[in-house]
Design a protein around this ligand. Structure first.
Ligand code: NAD
Length: 282
């Protein structure tokens, strides 16, 4: 039986999740607030399918069929009969709350309501619904068609059945899951990358080694694909400063205390690739 997925938000992540899900045979309703956002999202999906077809990694007929399984709409009511809903709107608690309150009224009782949040506690999102046991985190990574991980996050009240459905969904679209059993700030992945970037920035700040050598240590010594300071430049020093500050505020664990250097870089606008200057000049 074809199952129905609803994706709320047709931005970078939502369109990626819609893309891999339609390709895996899910009927997908992709919802955003404006036609422009939907067009941007579906154009991106089509361009990505075209690229896979031109590289011989996807059949043209399969790409066409997958596109045909995606319905783009601004009408939230269209998500009512979904089996799984993945929310991927802006990372703002009030926006997510508004969506989950509406979903709680609209979507059938058996459905799983998932959020793609990178950092907001699932428990806080679930708290505005009458069914916190049906709410779970499905944290996909960018670019969704390429990155194989999905971090499943249990909120305080998430049921085993909900977690199992979320796993089944993520695996059906080709992802491998890890489970975050407690809803801690930064989950597992953001805690790991924050700890590494913070220590790398401190080593650099105190003159222990150059940025290049710190990154080479991780690449050649540990087999990382990219060093932590290059990763910070790619992700955005501002984004990582925000993430580590949040984790520090919640955990009071000194290892997440943001280094002065990262704070000053953000004050000065040296936030990485986006600005042309970060730990490296781009
Ligand atoms: N960008 C990343 O690398 C990344 C990685 C993992 C997780 N995330 C998380 O995924 C979520 C989405 O991030 P993104 O990078 O795709 O953002 P984005 O800005 O690319 O897209 C967000 C989309 O949500 C839409 N939107 C806003 N309010 C809406 C509403 N009420 N209903 C429907 N759509 C609405 C916007 O129009 C926009 O198209 C965030 O929670 C983010 O933290 C992002």
């Amino acid at each position: 039986m074809t199952r129905k997925l609803a994706v709320i938000g047709a931005g970078l992540m939502g369109s990626g999740i819609a893309q891999v899900s339609a390709q895996a045979g899910w009927d997908v309703v992709l919802r955003d607030v404006t036609d422009e956002a939907l067009t941007r999202g579906t154009d991106g999906i089509k361009a990505s399918y075209d690229k896979f077809v031109s590289k011989g990694k996807l059949d043209a007929a399969d790409a066409e069929a997958a596109l045909g399984r995606i319905t783009a709409t601004t009408d939230l009511d269209a998500v009512g009969d979904a089996d799984v809903v993945v929310e991927a709107v802006f990372e703002k608690l009030e926006v997510k709350h508004e969506i989950f309150r509406a979903l709680d009224k609209l979507v059938g009782d058996g459905a799983v309501l998932a959020s793609n949040t990178s950092a907001i506690p699932i428990t806080k999102i679930a708290a505005v619904t009458e069914r916190p046991e049906r709410v779970v985190g499905t944290h996909f990574f960018s670019p969704v068609p390429m990155m194989r991980l999905c971090e499943l996050v249990r909120g305080y009240k998430t049921s085993d059945e909900t977690l199992a459905t979320a796993r089944e969904f993520a695996e059906s679209v080709g992802k491998t899951c890890i489970v975050v059993n407690r809803d801690v700030a930064g989950f597992v992945t953001t805690r790991l990358i924050s700890a590494l970037v913070v220590e790398a920035a401190k080593l650099y700040e105190s003159g222990v080694a150059t940025a290049e050598d710190i990154d080479l240590a991780c690449k050649l010594g540990f087999g990382h694909a990219m060093g932590p300071l290059a990763t910070a430049d790619l992700t955005g020093v501002d984004i990582l400063l925000h993430a580590t500050s949040n984790i520090y505020t919640e955990s009071q664990d000194e290892k997440f205390a943001p280094p002065e250097l990262m704070r000053r870089m953000v004050d000065a606008g040296d936030i990485g690739r986006k600005s042309g200057q970060g730990f490296y000049t781009h």
